[in-house]
Design a protein around this ligand. Sequence first.
Ligand code: NAD
Length: 510
Amino acid sequence: MTDLTVISAARATLPDTPFAARHLIDGVWCDSADGATFDRVSPSHGHVVTKAAKGGAKDVAHAIEAARLAFDAGTWSRSSGKDRAALLLKVADLIDRECERIAMMETLESGKPISQAKAEIEGAADLWRYAAALARTMHGESHNTLGDNMLGVVLKEPIGVVSIITPWNFPFLIVSQKLPFALAAGCTAVVKPSEMTPATTVILGELLVEAGLPAGVVNIVLGYGEPVGTAMTTDSRVDMVTFTGSTGVGKAIVKAAAATLKKVSLELGGKNPQVIFPDADLNSAVDAVVFGVYFNAGECCNSGSRILVHEDIAEDFIARTVALSRDVPFGDPLDPDTKVGAIITPQHQEKIDSYVKEAAKSGAQVRLGGAPLSVAGLDGQFYQPTVVADVTRDMPIAREEVFGPVLSVLTFSSLEEAISLVNDAEYGLSAGVWSENVHTCLEFALRAQAGTVWTNTWMDGYAELPFGGVKESGQGRELGRYGLDEFLEAKTVTMRIGRTRAPWVQPRTD
Ligand code: NAD
């Protein structure tokens, strides 16, 4: 353990008092109807950093009512693209202005490094700007080839009231992958952030109010999956649920939403492979593997948590990966040099550890790490960079989301075998290939079952490019034009010009 790069407690000052998070309902900041609250303890420092209102059935019902009335009133849903775009751009500017404050709360609640939190907030502002562009350029289609005297028009209309439920791993980014697109479409929303990370969504609410969003268009209810999340997925006044989180909860939401046949869009888990061929640029590949697995402490839907290495280079590649892993700075997320911070909860830390222990028992080799990491001066939970080799395709560590800084290494001998290993998975979020041979890369891209394929890179994302999963990684897409389409319904208007329709029935003349 001594040869790891560990960053001890930074001399940063934590806020004296916890962030006070309240619901935003119909334009008013409020406590829960029953006065209940809950605390969020920082995973890195063990301090209470947020005290939040704990929503109950009455609070959600009130928020849904406000969103429904706001939608039906049309103040937002029938506003012009120009006006919507102007507001979204204002919010983006306010996010930039508050970047430091939002990033600090994101780090305190989630344990992620402050430098990465800042980058996440900057990326989120970009999504608000991109959605503003979509708001102004959104349009339907027209058909003037339906025959003489006919014209068809397809209108794009907002789907209605949207429930937005988000996880703790990228709280500000993920709400920004959904909310500005829903608003650009003309929808109204009820938003529930994870109970682990409520603060930054509340700050976003403050910015929406400051930007002048009409009351009731965006409502925020804080609290747990039960009862807040479940009410948001069952209430008949909600038209659509967009959820990012675990596959288990995603399945529960599909069932819950079935009774009222809401549209459901899901961004779920992944067990994402990077495949390394002997002819790859191995320096870049090792760096991308280390980035892919340790970024956000591996608590990332896109974590490159399993690699498939060609057997001819496997030993060398593992040795290089282990060596570079030792250089990754793990430790206090408030230090600007830290690249990997804390694990979200003690329970999650135990889950990560149990995957590694179970794999070791089944014959896998722990080449690095495999235990909690102590960071001088901090009370939170951290996990060592961990590389597990000799993993086989049936082991849970090869198939399930560990959601920690743990790399599983498998080997292959041919492209055919690599593709079979990649596709032998319940998940299908993302996959990557490393080779200097364009034919290898293209064949891989065509045959890998995944929503995103990266060739000779990993985890690059752009507002313009859709993101989402196949199989048990989800349904629907975010970002790009597809991300706007999720929140739109198509309405067909079929028009006849003049009285040109031959009568169906000839009136009797006798
Ligand atoms: P989670 O499923 O435990 O919780 C996500 C959200 O759902 C939280 O707000 C939670 O309170 C709420 N919730 C819980 N039970 C609910 C219910 N029955 N009905 C409605 N809402 C409910 O997920 P998490 O632990 O917060 O996040 C980690 C998971 O998210 C991982 O599986 C990860 O892969 C996934 N994720 C996916 C993407 C993606 O884009 N595909 C991105 C980030 C995270």
